[in-house]
Design a protein around this ligand. Structure first.
Ligand SMILES: [Zn+2]
Length: 303
């Protein structure tokens, strides 16, 4: 695995140029609803592999990744970059996800190898891992303006917290589904869907979605079974619907050797001395993707 990190870092931290998921956007119920749906199994699996995530950490980060990409797609103003932060007081620490207009995602959790015993019914205890705190959304708009808003975490399950955020901060009534299915060999399915009620919505359209959501079936299992199409069909059952756009998603980090060197250079000489490895090189690791960059002391220290 470390061999992989090194190979990645030689390429400047960029991920592979392959698609690892898909994002769809559309309307439904005679334009009573607008929706976004994402399948990002490959993205979350790549995050799991890069950060060596435990099952609970992979699920928490994957839910946040699904939420971030959906929030980004549904933003009214064209958003260059959206950062979702879930900052609770639980043992997992901070969860941070960033998504951009190209469909690149990256993210990390404070304690990637957190091991929490499952609940008595075998579920991963995401809410206990997250704890109480805030959910924050930071948006860099294409016109150069910046928006930031936050809400208190309602449940720590992430999906319901995003719904709460949309209600409080955006004044929109939405249903948010996010899910990750973990298996012994890694992430088997990951994704989610947000359905937003538009002004003047037909009440019967809302009732139909509510009835679909009331059925207790897992988002990630639906995706595992039939991908995005199955998720769309399940949530929007009985409604006319139109897919208006489709984009590819991938895990890709924007870090590079020069930028991390600048961060190293900002440290004091004493702090730098503490991150020198056995070979006398400085090693900096990107928090977002795990890529490691090595520098000789003379590259960092002022001449
Ligand atoms: Zn990186």
């Amino acid at each position: 695995m470390h061999g992989n990190f090194e190979r990645v870092s030689e390429k400047g931290g960029a991920g592979e140029e392959i698609d690892q998921g898909a994002l769809e956007y559309g309307v439904a119920g005679e334009v009573s609803l607008r929706w976004a749906a994402a399948e990002l199994t490959g993205v979350v699996e790549e995050a799991r592999r890069r950060h060596d995530l435990s099952p609970v950490a992979a699920v928490a980060l994957g839910r946040a990744m699904a939420g971030a990409v959906l929030l980004h797609r549904l933003a009214i103003k064209a958003t260059r970059r959206l950062t979702l932060t879930v900052a609770g007081d639980g043992p997992i620490g901070r969860i941070v996800v960033e998504v951009n207009q190209e469909g690149d995602l990256r993210g990390f959790v404070g304690e990637p190898r957190l091991d929490l015993p499952a609940s008595s019914d075998g579920r991963l205890r995401i809410a206990d891992a997250v704890g109480k705190g805030i959910l924050k959304v930071h948006r860099d708009i294409v016109d150069g303006s910046v928006y930031e808003s936050q809400v208190a975490l309602e449940t720590g399950e992430i999906g319901l917290d995003i719904a709460h955020f949309l209600e409080q901060s955006e004044q929109t009534e939405s249903a948010v589904l996010v899910g990750v299915l973990e298996g012994p060999e890694g992430v088997r399915a990951a994704g989610g869907m947000i359905v937003e009620v538009l002004p003047g919505a037909n009440p019967s359209a809302i009732e139909k979605v509510e009835a679909s959501l009331a059925l207790d079936s897992s988002v990630s299992r639906t995706i595992e079974r039939g991908g995005l199409e199955a998720l769309r069909d399940r949530v929007l059952a009985g409604l006319d619907r139109e897919v208006m756009s489709r984009h590819a998603l991938r895990f890709r980090c924007s870090c590079d050797r020069d930028r991390l060197r600048d961060q190293l250079a900002a440290l004091t000489a004493e702090d730098r001395a503490e991150i020198v490895d056995e070979a006398g090189e400085l090693v900096a690791e990107c928090a977002f993707c795990g890529a490691r960059y090595r520098y000789a002391e003379r590259e960092i220290a002022p001449a």
